[in-house]
Design a protein around this ligand. Structure first.
Ligand code: GDP
Length: 338
């Protein structure tokens, strides 16, 4: 299943939509002009069909925007959060309401004017009625211009979101260069999908280990959270709804360039912010000295955090790690879906 926003059609702006409708109206009128109809009737028939066509093009397009937009409240919570962060759920719904209002009104006006045109006594009167109708439709579209622009922008952002599956999900966190991407590749095989995430310039990497989803989020969970702005924080918090387990990686060798203290500090921040279980992997044990590893273990024990010692690069203990994260993520996934 694709990201639910990928099906949203391009939102035309009022003048584009109007032009499209007028063009179609003209085309239909052309058909009717060719027909063998008594002269005194022809003008009226042409105008009536123009009006009906314009009304249905506009009304149908607006209705299509509504129908192809997923109902926000029925989406998985993660995507709801994305709508909230990228657009605002209330505003988003208000726009759909405006589309509905305009769609219904244009349809109704189309019927009204078609009937009036049928009763017109002269071709001039019929043409005047059609012009009046077009004027009213233009003014309705002008009224919902802000909503159309808003949804057009929201759509651009939402359709870029990665597609996540509803599977037990593990999110990897830890400072840069601690071995996150190396580990993701080793756990899931070579085919790691790189998606963009509108909140960071780096890609979000998604891999699959059997029926488990593993996500690495460069740029999000790899530096102190107090340095983040509100939008970034919300984007980070949204991961709460996606993840069933956080796998926090610590580079005990400090080759990554970040001292153990800083890494533990980030771990503490993440513990505070996330409601889901955290499992820690002490990485690069092939490189780190025993003292450093002991120090990390002590800090983790103090926090009652479960951990495993691994080397992503040398593939040490990875089978054991797989077993642990699968079990923990599955437990939590079950709880969340009960
Ligand atoms: P990320 O920024 O957290 O994704 O880190 P990377 O996966 O890019 O790893 C950073 C560097 O550490 C790379 O040069 C890896 O080859 C190296 N590395 C990762 N895991 C290990 C390990 O267990 N042992 C050793 N010696 N090097 C590792």
């Amino acid at each position: 299943k694709e990201n639910p926003f990928k099906k949203m059609p391009t939102i035309l702006m009022p003048n584009e939509l109007m032009e499209k409708a007028l063009r179609r109206g003209e085309k239909v009128a052309e058909e009717f002009r060719k027909k063998e109809v008594p002269r005194y009737l022809k003008a009226k028939i042409v105008e009536e069909n123009k009006v009906r066509t314009i009304a249905s093009v506009i009304s149908d397009n607006l209705q299509k925007y509504i129908d192809k937009t997923p109902p926000v409240r029925k989406l998985p919570k993660f995507y709801q959060e994305m709508v909230e962060v990228l657009a605002g759920i209330d505003e988003f719904k208000k726009c759909m309401g405006a589309f509905k209002w305009a769609s219904d009104l244009v349809r109704k006006l189309g019927n009204e004017y078609a009937k009036k045109i049928r009763k017109a006594r002269t071709p001039q009167e019929a043409a005047k009625l059609r012009k009046e109708f077009v004027g009213r439709v233009k003014s309705i579209l002008k009224q919902i211009h802000p909503e159309m622009a808003f949804i057009a922008v929201a759509r651009e952002k939402l359709k870029e979101l990665p597609t996540f599956k509803e599977l037990p999900t593990i999110v990897i966190a830890g400072y840069p260069n601690v071995g996150k991407s190396t580990l993701l590749k080793k756990l899931t095989g070579a085919d790691v999908e790189i998606n963009s995430y509108p909140f960071t310039t780096k890609g979000i990497n998604v891999g699959y280990l059997e029926e488990f989803q593993i996500i690495d989020t460069p740029g999000l969970l790899d530096r102190p959270l107090h340095e983040r702005n509100d939008i970034e924080l919300q984007a980070i918090l949204a991961l709460n709804y996606l993840a069933n387990l956080i796998l926090f990686i610590i580079d005990a060798s400090e080759y990554c360039g970040f001292p153990i203290e800083s890494q533990i500090k980030l771990l503490d921040e993440i513990r505070e912010l996330f409601k889901i279980p955290i499992f820690v992997a002490i990485n690069k044990v092939d490189l780190a000295d025993e003292e450093a590893v002991k120090k990390v273990e002590e800090e983790l024990r103090k926090r009652s955090l479960d951990y495993i010692k691994i080397s992503a690069d040398k593939e040490l203990n990875l089978e054991e790690l797989k077993k642990e994260i699968k079990r923990r993520a599955f437990e939590e996934f079950k709880k969340a879906h009960m």
